[in-house]
Write a protein that binds this ligand. Structure first.
Ligand code: GDP
Length: 341
C-alpha cells in the first residue's frame, strides 16, 4: 500500500486505484460464473459452446437482421420489417403470419420483439416435441430423404449416438441404387461400432430392409436403422418404392418401422419444406433430422416444418464429423438462432 501511496503521491488516489482493481477482478469473476451457469447440468461445456459456435452463422444472420429491422420502428412498420426478416430466414409465409399474430398479441414493443418471437417459436415446438426413447427391442427406424441431404452421414452419426449410450445398433443398407451409398454406410457402421446388413447393388431395397429387421430381431439389437434410396435410376416412382419398403418391413415385424425419419438439408430452405410435405404424404413421418445447420442463416425452415407437419425434430446436424449431431433441444436451438434469453 505504502508503495502505491508513494507511486501515486496521494493516499486517496492509491485507495481509488486499489478499489478499481478489485472491481475489475469482481466483474471478471461474475462474467465467468455467468458463462459457466449457461451450461446445463449433464451437458459438457464444450458441446454447448460448440453448438453456439456452429450455429453462430444462423444467429448472426437472424438476430442481427431482427434487431436492425425493429430498432426505431413501431406499429405497422415494425411488423412489416419483422415479416421481411422472417420470410428471408425461411420461416415460410404461413408460419411467418402465425408468428406475427402471436407477437402482436404479446404487445411487446420494439425492445421486446425478440423475446416475444422466442416465446412464440417455443410454443410451436412445445406443442409437437416429445422425447424419443427407443423402448421396443428392436426399435426400427426407416430413414428417408433425397440424395445429398446428408442421409447416410446422419444415419452414421445417429448410430454412434446410440452406441455411446450403450445400445446395440444394426444398419440396413437399403439404398441399393447407389453402390457408393452401401460402401459409405459400411464405413459408418465401422466408425459407430454397429452391425450392418447389405444387399447387392441394384438389388431389391425392400428385401434388404426385411433382412435387416429379421437380423436385428435374431441378434437382439436395440435399434435397426434402415437407409433407403433418395433417387431411383429407373423412372419408377420413389414414393411408391418407399411405401413398398415400409410395407415389407411390417411383414418382418408387425410394428416396424416404429419411426420414419426424414433427413432434410437446412441450406435448401423452402425446397426442404416441399420435400417434407411430399414424404409426409407418402409414408407418414414421425421425426425430422435437419442437417447442415452449421452452414446457413436460414434457421427458420425447421420452425415452419414443425408447425406445418406436426412432426417432432429428433436430431440436428451441425457439421460433417461423427460428433456433429445434437439431439434436438428446442430451447438450445432458439437460443442459438436468436441469442440468449
Ligand atoms: P446422402 O446422399 O443424403 O446420403 O448424403 P451424404 O450423407 O453423403 O452427405 C452429403 C454431404 O453432406 C457430405 O459431404 C457430408 O459430409 C455433408 N454433411 C452431412 N451432414 C452435414 C452437416 O450437418 N453439416 C455439414 N456442413 N455437412 C454435412
Amino acid at each position: 500500500m505504502q508503495f502505491l501511496i508513494d507511486a501515486t503521491g496521494s493516499p486517496a488516489l492509491a485507495w481509488a486505484l486499489v478499489i478499481a482493481i478489485a472491481l475489475v477482478v469482481l466483474i471478471a469473476i461474475a462474467l465467468w460464473v455467468r458463462a459457466s451457469a449457461r451450461t446445463r447440468p449433464g451437458e459438457p461445456a464444450v458441446a454447448r459452446k460448440g453448438l453456439d459456435l456452429q450455429l453462430a452463422r444462423a444467429r448472426e444472420g437472424l438476430l442481427g437482421r431482427l434487431r436492425e429491422a425493429v430498432s426505431g420502428a413501431s406499429g405497422a412498420e415494425l411488423f412489416s420489417n419483422l415479416e421481411e426478416v422472417l420470410v428471408t430466414a425461411d420461416f415460410g409465409l404461413d408460419t411467418t403470419s402465425a408468428l406475427l399474430k402471436k407477437v402482436k398479441e404479446k404487445d411487446a414493443g420494439a425492445e421486446h420483439v425478440d423475446e416475444a418471437l422466442r416465446e412464440a417459436i417455443l410454443e410451436i415446438f412445445d406443442r409437437v416435441q416429445r422425447p424419443f426413447e427407443p423402448t421396443a427391442k428392436p426399435t426400427v427406424i426407416m430413414v428417408v430423404g433425397i440424395n445429398g441431404v446428408g442421409k447416410t452421414t446422419s444415419i452414421g452419426k445417429v448410430a454412434a449416438h446410440f452406441s455411446r449410450q450403450g445400445r446395440t445398433v444394426l444398419l440396413g443398407a437399403g439404398d441399393t441404387f447407389r453402390a457408393a451409398a452401401i460402401e459409405q454406410l459400411g464405413i459408418w457402421a465401422e466408425r459407430s461400432g454397429s452391425d450392418i446388413v447389405k444387399g447387392q447393388p441394384e438389388g431389391d431395397p425392400a428385401a434388404v430392409c426385411f433382412d435387416a429387421v429379421k437380423a436385428g430381431q435374431a441378434r437382439g439389437v436395440d435399434l435397426v436403422i434402415c437407409d433407403t434410396a433418395g433417387r431411383l435410376h429407373t423412372k419408377s416412382n420413389l414414393m411408391e418404392e418407399l411405401k413398398k419398403v415400409k410395407r415389407v418391413m411390417a411383414k418382418a415385424l408387425p410394428e416396424a418401422p416404429h419411426e420414419i425419419w426424414l433427413v432434410v438439408d437446412a441450406t435448401t430452405g423452402q425446397n426442404a419444406m416441399q420435400q417434407a410435405r411430399l414424404f409426409h404424404e407418402a409414408v407418414g413421418l414421425t421425426g425430422l433430422v435437419m442437417t447442415k445447420l452449421d452452414g446457413t442463416a436460414k434457421g427458420g425452415t425447421l420452425v415452419g416444418m414443425v408447425r406445418e407437419l406436426d412432426v417432432p425434430v429428433r436430431f440436428i446436424g451441425v457439421g460433417e464429423t461423427i460428433d456433429d449431431l445434437r439431439p434436438f433441444d428446442p430451447r438450445a436451438y432458439v437460443e442459438a438462432i436468436l441469442g440468449e434469453e
